[in-house]
Design a protein around this ligand. Structure first.
Ligand code: HEM
Length: 446
């Protein structure tokens, strides 16, 4: 009889699950509804499962320990570019697609624009833009949340990153961004005006042209700028070399894409949950009045602790990135499995956030779970991961927090609201985001 060593590792191919159809793998299931795909696999196979998509083998590793492995312990063996390969033709070669030394150098260069101290200097622009944008919401009555917030967050990002002032200019780029982002769901990557992918590529070319024009206008003019584009245009790397135009455009495009839709989605869900829990509207309004009186200032934001907990609860329930993938560069091990180079590992904020051993009644909206002494997210490191962690953690975290707090505060000052479709229709469903574009706020002046 041979005695097997307990340290012997199993191959990744013996993970629970299957590889799906030849060549396509599970592409249709995944692209047709990512959230539901994740839930079905979890229910069927548990916290570790395999699949394949368009010829690549995937290991899904779910839970805080897996998050720790991917974001921290084995981060050096993993590649963001190889994980997000399907986004590269759409989002280009920005920070998210870079690895190792190239990524570290670019991140060092961009970090000053997103440091918490710098972000506070954006307060006035965000606050005035938000006030102007929502001033007619009382007379409009019904607001389609996701599309309205997408426009607002794009106006804010364009003003701060590109110095764009006019709404007309932002409206022009808004359509291109919508088309660009829609391309990520295209399975057939054929650059043709009649395909989803082709329209996305066309939008990408238009945005490139637009950004190049903006850069050239600045170079030929005498005006001094102090926005993010100026930072990238003037930046000199450690090797003394400046970024090329194409590098500046790729980084700016990623910032604009990453910086508007995710924030718009989260704030839409904030309004949905608050509209369905009016007692929380009252609590937040009371806190706001106690802390800021009738005029919100930048120094008040940190003191809005109940609002911070509401934002955390929305990040937990509706993280915009359901899964975060990394390509395996050097073999890694996890819970007795050997995952070789060439595979892709995926961790999931969405599934982690609904684990009962971390969060009590995980499907219910309960912002107090983040208040002392409960602090459920502190039970395990990496238990809350809606903004990622580690070398690729969200560069715009502080920015997004500030923007969401300003939007919410200004709405609380001026309006009451309820939301359709009804709570019961959305919350027991495993794929709430298919309702995102249907969310409507019914606004009343206070
Ligand atoms: C509520 C809003 C947001 C959410 C939930 C969010 C979430 C995330 C997550 C999960 C990542 C990590 C991806 C990975 O590890 O592969 C990330 C990266 C990133 N985010 Fe955000 N984000 C938000 C808003 C923003 C904003 C407002 C900006 C810019 C102003 C931004 C810029 C970026 C950038 C540049 C990266 C790539 C960082 C890197 O690769 O080093 N995000 N974001």
């Amino acid at each position: 009889m041979t005695i097997q060593k307990i340290t012997e590792l199993k191959g990744a191919s013996s993970l629970p699950g299957n590889f799906g159809l030849p060549l396509l793998g599970d592409a249709f299931g995944l692209f047709a509804g990512e959230e539901l795909f994740y839930w079905k696999k979890l229910r069927r196979y548990g916290n570790m499962f395999k699949t394949s998509v368009l010829g690549k083998k995937y290991a899904f590793l779910i839970g805080p320990e897996a998050n720790s492995l991917v974001f921290k312990e084995q981060a050096d063996c993993l590649s963001s570019r190889l994980g997000w390969w399907f986004l590269e033709p759409i989002f280009g070669n920005g920070l998210l697609m870079q690895d190792g030394a190239e990524h570290a150098a670019a991140r060092r260069l961009m970090y000053p624009a997103f440091h918490s101290k710098t972000v506070t200097t954006y307060f006035d622009v965000i606050n005035s833009t938000v006030q102007e944008y929502i001033k007619d919401w009382g007379t409009r009555g019904v607001i389609p949340l996701a599309s309205d917030f997408r426009k607002l967050t794009l106006i804010v990002a364009s003003r701060l990153f590109l110095g764009t002032q006019t709404i007309e200019e932002v409206e022009k780029t808004c359509n291109w961004f919508t088309q660009l982002v829609a391309g990520k769901l295209a399975i057939v990557r054929w650059d043709n005006p009649f395909t989803l992918y082709g329209r996305s590529q066309n939008a990408r070319r238009k945005l490139h042209e637009y950004l190049l024009q903006t850069i050239n206008t600045r170079r030929n003019g005498s005006k001094e700028y102090s926005d993010v584009l100026a930072l990238l245009m003037n930046a000199v790397g450690e090797d003394g070399v400046r970024l090329s135009d194409s590098e500046i455009i790729e980084q700016t495009l990623l910032l604009l894409v990453a910086g508007h839709e995710t924030t718009a989605n989260l704030i839409s869900w904030v309004l949905f949950e608050l509209g369905s829990h009016p007692e929380w509207i009252n609590k937040l309004r009371q806190e706001l009045t106690q802390v800021a009186g009738n005029e919100l200032k930048v120094e008040h934001l940190k003191q809005l602790t109940q609002m911070t907990n509401v934002l955390k609860e929305i990040e937990r329930l509706y993280p915009p990135l359901y899964g975060i993938p990394r390509g395996v560069l050097k073999d890694i091990e996890y819970k007795g499995f050997h995952i070789p180079a060439g595979w892709v590992v995926v961790v999931s904020p969405m599934l982690t956030h609904r684990m009962e051993f971390i969060y009590s009644n995980p499907d219910s909206f309960d912002p107090d779970r983040f208040a002392f002494p409960r602090e459920e997210d502190k039970k395990y490191p990496f238990a809350l991961a809606g903004f990622g962690h580690g070398p690729h953690s969200c560069l715009g975290f502080q920015f997004a927090q500030m923007e969401m707090k300003i939007i919410l505060s200004q709405l609380l000052y001026q309006y009451d609201w309820s939301v359709t479709p009804e709570y019961e229709k959305i919350t027991p469903v495993l794929a709430p985001s298919k309702f995102l574009n249907k969310l409507r706020a019914h606004i009343k002046l206070r």
